[in-house]
Design a protein around this ligand. Structure first.
Ligand SMILES: NC(=O)c1ccc[n+]([C@@H]2O[C@H](COP(=O)([O-])OP(=O)(O)OC[C@H]3O[C@@H](n4cnc5c(N)ncnc54)[C@H](O)[C@@H]3O)[C@@H](O)[C@H]2O)c1
Length: 328
């Protein structure tokens, strides 16, 4: 299969690219090495892929519709996995126009380009648990109403879901949206809490804990998410939307303690008030993905953390700069 992966130099994208190449697919990555975090970090994510014959990297900004059209018509993909986005909840509050341009307009460019092909390629795109907003009832189901996003980032992801349905309806594009729940593991995005806290704990510095430590996230090992994406590509025939989470939320305090254990150090915790845009919990009901995709996330949190720490130690990688946990 010929697959375009947008955002393929990033955390989830590069893990996906390695799996696609291992399965013998031809892969073109579209990525502009957005400065949200270091270019070198993303280049090292792709180091193994770049050595493979079935791989090509195209440094394109998804806001450039002409470049996207030229690539799609030239490569004629069987599938497009659209992961490129400005991620992060808190930075989206500071620059909502940028988030809208990249996440919404960029997605429209990919959708339009896909609809120029006959037959239509399979289109799988990243949505987010953040579309569920700040809700007390859980677990979150795909059938729940999601019309109260609490950050510009979440609103852009919901907008993409609406556009996905429109392009399926108007142009017969087979399309699957995947609501990822906080991914973690090797190549972890450096702005996410796990990477930021790992660096601080490793240095013996205090970890900023926002709120009382009882907020919870449905941390999902990146290998399990990649497995779900592969299954979604294989079964992308019509219009679908799935939660890809672990369905076992972990409290913030327990996450910090688990990370300390994996790193072999005792975390020092410093408390701060809750942040605007944050939600109290994320918790996926994954029964639809289990029934229709055969999705079965099998990596326990502690094992995922151990693999993350192994990766940190083996690469000598820095978990990355700290700029506040920006959510997913
Ligand atoms: N990591 C998570 O926990 C999580 C949770 C929910 C949803 N998501 C979504 O999954 C997708 C992948 O997330 P990630 O954590 O791997 O993020 P990431 O930032 O590591 O990867 C995104 C990639 O997109 C690229 N990109 C950004 N703007 C671009 C542009 N204008 N043109 C081309 N490329 C551009 C970046 O350079 C980066 O390599 C995103 O759509 C994100 O919103 C992630």
């Amino acid at each position: 299969m010929r697959v375009i992966v947008t955002g393929g130099a990033g955390f989830i994208g590069s893990n996906l690219v390695d799996r696609l190449l291992a399965e013998g697919h031809r892969v073109v990555v579209v990525d502009n090495f957005d400065p949200f975090y270091a270019r070198e970090f993303k280049e090292s994510n792709l180091a193994a892929a770049l050595a493979q014959p079935g791989f090509e990297l195209r440094e394109i900004d998804i806001r450039d519709a002409a470049a996207i059209n030229a690539l799609v018509s030239g490569f004629q993909p069987d599938a497009i996995v659209h992961l490129a986005a400005r991620a992060g909840v808190r930075p989206s509050i500071i620059d909502p126009a940028l988030y809208t341009a990249v996440n919404v307009q960029g997605t429209v460019h990919l959708l339009q380009a896909a609809c120029t092909l006959e037959p239509r390629p399979r289109f799988v795109y990243a949505s987010s648990s953040s579309v569920y907003g700040d809700r007390p009832d859980a677990p979150f189901r795909e059938t729940d109403p999601v019309d109260h996003p609490v950050s510009p980032y979440a609103a852009t992801k919901k907008a993409c879901e609406l556009l996905a349905h429109t392009f399926h309806h108007l142009h017969g594009l087979p399309i699957t949206g995947l609501r990822f729940f906080t991914a973690f593991g090797p190549r972890n995005r450096p702005d996410l809490a796990i990477a930021k806290f790992a660096r601080l704990i490793d240095r013996g510095e205090p970890v900023p804990m926002f709120g009382d430590g009882t907020t919870r996230r449905d941390y999902t090992y990146v290998g399990d998410i990649v497995d779900g994406v592969i299954r979604a590509i294989d079964r992308c025939t019509s219009y679908h939307l799935y939660n890809l989470g672990h369905s076992e939320p972990i409290e913030l305090r327990a996450m910090i303690e688990g990370l300390g254990q994996a790193l072999g150090r005792t975390p020092i915790i410093e408390r701060y008030p809750e942040q605007p845009g944050d939600v109290r919990q994320t918790y996926a009901d994954i029964s639809r993905a289990a029934a229709e995709l055969g999705y079965a996330p099998g990596t326990p949190f502690a094992e995922g953390l151990a693999r993350y720490v192994d990766w940190l130690r083996s690469t000598g990688a820095s978990p990355g700069k700290t700029s506040g946990d920006s959510g997913s």
